[in-house]
Unconditional design. Structure first.
Length: 275
């Protein structure tokens, strides 16, 4: 049967596949759209299988917050090349997945993969797009933050994004944004010293002791020196103790308390494609 340009265009809108792939699929199935979609999806599965061992280290990192600012989500969509990562349709796909995740109140990556985007599970949409684009695509990361106020930040270029939760509602939007940008710029390991993982603390103490020995410090002072270096690590690498990048005279804790004595950070997430 003759396949009309309108039918080809309709299938292309449904799948995102190329015009010729859509035409061939419709010709093969005698114009049956459901079967044509299956053919295109199977092509994506075949391409995905071939590219499974490829490294998908490029992509986009996006964050978004609900209108009431009580919940935010951060998603990463990886591809193989920067060329694809900058493509508007690829960025739009990542944004649509993030929008869907927020609207559906998804709490995990597994849940996101099973959500239906235009009637198709997200994991299957990704597979279809592998066939369309010809590169390995994957969602390696999805996280959610819930708080009285959640603020998101996306660094220009879509390679780095953050989410920050604060313990009070109705705060100045710029305050939250400043903290979200601080997390992006300074990559803290935890909110404060009390929330640093013990494994990190042990590692830093071990490094500090080794450095002290190499420097020839007295044996009876090594533990004391190591503790001092650990305290310096806390100051440089925990969010509330870090020096505020926009005002080198105060810490993030002081910046928040200057706004509200009880204002603090309850949670943060950060993802960067470069580190």
């Amino acid at each position: 049967m003759a396949i009309s340009a309108a039918d080809v265009s309709k299938l292309r809108q449904m799948t995102g596949a190329g015009m010729m792939d859509c035409k061939r699929a419709l010709e093969e199935t005698g114009g049956d759209f459901d079967k044509a979609v299956d053919i295109i999806r199977k092509k994506g599965q075949a391409v995905a299988s071939k590219r499974a061992d490829r490294e998908a280290s490029e992509g986009v990192v996006l964050s978004k917050v609900t209108e009431d600012a009580k919940r935010g989500a951060l998603v990463v969509l990886n591809c193989e090349t920067d060329f694809v990562a900058k493509n508007e349709s690829f960025i739009a796909l990542a944004q649509s997945i993030l929008d869907l995740a927020l609207e559906s109140d998804a709490k995990s990556l597994d849940e996101v993969n099973e959500l239906k985007l235009n009637g198709v599970a997200v994991k299957d949409v990704i597979t279809e797009q592998i066939g369309v684009i010809g590169e390995k695509l994957e969602i390696p990361y999805f996280e959610v933050v819930n708080a009285e106020t959640v603020v998101g930040y996306i660094h220009p270029g879509n390679k780095l994004a953050t989410l920050v939760g604060l313990n009070k509602a109705g705060i100045d939007e710029q305050v939250g944004r400043d903290v979200a940008m601080q997390v992006a710029a300074m990559n803290p390991v935890a909110i404060d010293k009390d929330s640093v993982d013990q494994e990190i603390i042990d590692k830093e103490l071990e490094i500090a002791r080794e450095q002290s020995k190499l420097e020839g410090k007295p044996e009876n002072l090594i533990d004391q020196i190591a503790q001092g270096r650990l305290n310096r690590f806390f100051k440089d690498n925990t969010l509330l103790e870090q020096t505020f990048v926009k005002d080198g005279k105060i810490s993030i804790r002081q910046y928040l308390q200057n706004t509200d004595k009880e204002l603090t950070v309850t949670e943060f997430k950060r993802y960067s494609l470069s580190n």
